[in-house]
Design a protein around this ligand. Structure first.
Ligand code: NAD
Length: 495
């Protein structure tokens, strides 16, 4: 784990203005303009990134295509790709302190969580796909004796990666690592408010021996660079994590350009369901509080709808309130903080808008609901719980992406299933019960990409992550993620 001393030294590092990363080197943006990067920790500017434009995206895509056609990566022996990616994983681990602090200055995630979820998790992901790539075989079809049917797996070509500001390194690695391992070349469009760690990752990849042009990073505004990547005629696929509205745009860009395939990991309104027979109500309350409030609720799988069975409702709410009150909100670069800053002043305003509307619609505020630590100049919000939430309310239907929990009460399993499935989303969920049959019935009944049982979150790289319904399609993580980045080619050979 990172030490407070290391954090305090690294937080003072001058960052300056960062360029793009194209064709293996840092490059100025064509516009010559920079975007100011403001830290949510104190509301002060601390770095600049190039304000990339469509011409920059075009340069990066050309570089990626040139590298792909050169085949020194795309057609290289899997053992070579494994060697380079393993070296990259080691470099990410070696620079974990630097990457973690840089990321926190950018997006405000508490350092304890960021350290594990960003550099360490990214390194683990890169190593996982590095190790996998020389163990995956093509197939021989079960044909008649006079033919040989071979199924080859081939890289797609140029893959565009667009990620959000919460955990950009971790989520970036979920896409970049399998895409590279499969032999593709990649152009990354980081989120404008948290680009720095992905720029650093590209430098480390170069140091690890990744050939020039195989991994490019173009910073800038989503509506400019993201759109240009989505509309580019020479990009073969877009792997996206972010909001629903931008996901829809990407499908539109694809339809208006070259029908590139699009994989969407979108938002959620995940139900966390506590049955009266939960094995340990106190433990369930602690984990549930963490499951919504860590990283100020800015977690796609956050358990933002809590459904509690009526017979244990009061007891559970007491435990939940105590667990919530114990969470310390503060400077995300202080190891003693359980919760850091909201990613930006705009996101904080948006969260407070949800609070106002919930109160107007008749939900009862149990705790929080306000900005705190305003004297720091940063964006901090108290963990917020509303009860008496009904399905019609905005809080039950729309993703806040902030530390705001809506609580509902239910009587029967059928009612819990109905409430759980009554949003347009289907990303994550949880069920707390000691009854194995209830647990398995709920796993079958809930429409979501993941159902946790007697825990919340924490699934590792070995299992897929992704949604159903309007939470998107395509899966990150696990060996299944590799399927997104290869095409199957059939060879039908007469013997
Ligand atoms: P966002 O959709 O606003 O932005 C995501 C990315 O898209 C950013 O890089 C942004 O610059 C880019 N972008 C913005 N406009 C664009 C455009 N017109 N064309 C192309 N790209 C564009 O999302 P956000 O606010 O950064 O992140 C929060 C959202 O991400 C939430 O909805 C959250 O649930 C979701 N999320 C989902 C997962 C998951 O795995 N399902 C994980 C984390 C976050």
């Amino acid at each position: 784990m990172i030490s407070q001393n290391a954090i305090d030294t690294l937080r003072k590092t001058e960052i300056g203005a960062r360029g793009l990363f194209i064709d293996g080197v840092q490059a100025d943006g064509m516009s010559g303009e920079n975007l100011t990067v403001t830290s949510p920790i104190d509301g002060r500017p601390f770095a600049g990134i190039a304000d990339g434009n469509a011409a920059d995206i075009d340069r990066a895509v050309r570089s990626a295509r040139k590298a792909f056609d050169k085949a020194s990566w795309s057609r290289s022996a899997p053992a070579f790709r494994k060697k380079v990616l393993t070296r990259l994983a080691e470099l990410v681990e070696k620079h974990a302190d630097e990457l973690a602090v840089l990321g926190v200055r950018d997006n405000g995630t508490e350092i304890g969580m960021a350290y594990k979820a960003e550099p360490l998790s990214a390194a683990g992901t890169i190593r996982y796909y590095a190790e996998a790539i020389d163990k995956i075989y093509g197939e021989i079809a079960p044909t008649a004796e006079n033919v040989l049917g071979l199924i080859h797996k081939e890289p797609l070509g140029v893959v565009g990666v667009i990620v959000p500001w919460n955990f950009p390194l971790m989520i970036g690695a979920w896409k970049i690592a399998p895409a590279l391992a499969a032999g593709n070349c990649v152009v990354v469009k980081p989120p404008e408010i948290a680009s720095l760690t992905l720029l650093r990752l590209a430098e480390l990849a170069s140091e690890a021996g990744l050939p020039a042009g195989v991994l490019n990073v173009v910073t800038g505004r989503g509506a400019v660079t993201g759109e240009a990547l989505g509309l580019h005629m020479d990009v073969d696929a877009i792997a996206f994590t972010g909001s629903g509205p931008v996901g829809r745009r990407l499908l539109d860009y694809s339809a208006r350009s070259n029908l590139k395939r699009v994989f969407l990991e979108l938002g959620g309104k995940s139900p966390n369901i506590v049955f009266a027979d939960a094995p340990d109500l106190k433990q369930a309350a602690v984990v549930s509080a963490n499951g919504i409030f860590r990283n100020s609720g800015q977690v796609c799988v956050a358990g933002s709808r809590l459904l509690v069975q009526a017979s244990v409702y009061d007891r559970f709410m007491d435990e939940l309130l105590s667990a919530t009150k114990r969470l310390k909100v503060g400077d995300p670069l202080d190891l003693a903080s359980d919760i850091g800053a909201v990613s930006s002043a705009e996101q904080l305003d948006k969260n407070l808008g949800f609070v106002d509307r919930a109160a107007v619609e008749g939900a009862r505020l149990v705790t929080g609901g306000e900005r705190i630590l305003a004297e720091t100049g940063g964006s901090y919000m108290a963990p917020t719980i509303f009860e008496n939430v009904t399905q019609e309310m905005q809080l039950a239907r729309e993703e806040v992406f902030g530390p705001v929990l809506g609580v509902m009460r239910f009587e029967t399993e059928e009612e819990a299933v109905r409430l759980a499935n009554s949003t347009v989303y289907g990303l994550a969920s949880a069920v707390w019960t000691a009854n194995l049959s209830t647990a398995h019935r709920m796993v079958r009944a809930i429409n979501a990409g993941v159902v946790h049982v007697n825990t919340y979150g924490g699934a590792d790289i070995t299992v897929p992550l992704g949604g159903v319904k309007q939470s998107g399609f395509g899966r990150d993580k696990s060996l299944h993620a590799l399927e997104k980045y290869v095409d199957l080619k059939t060879a039908w050979i007469a013997l």
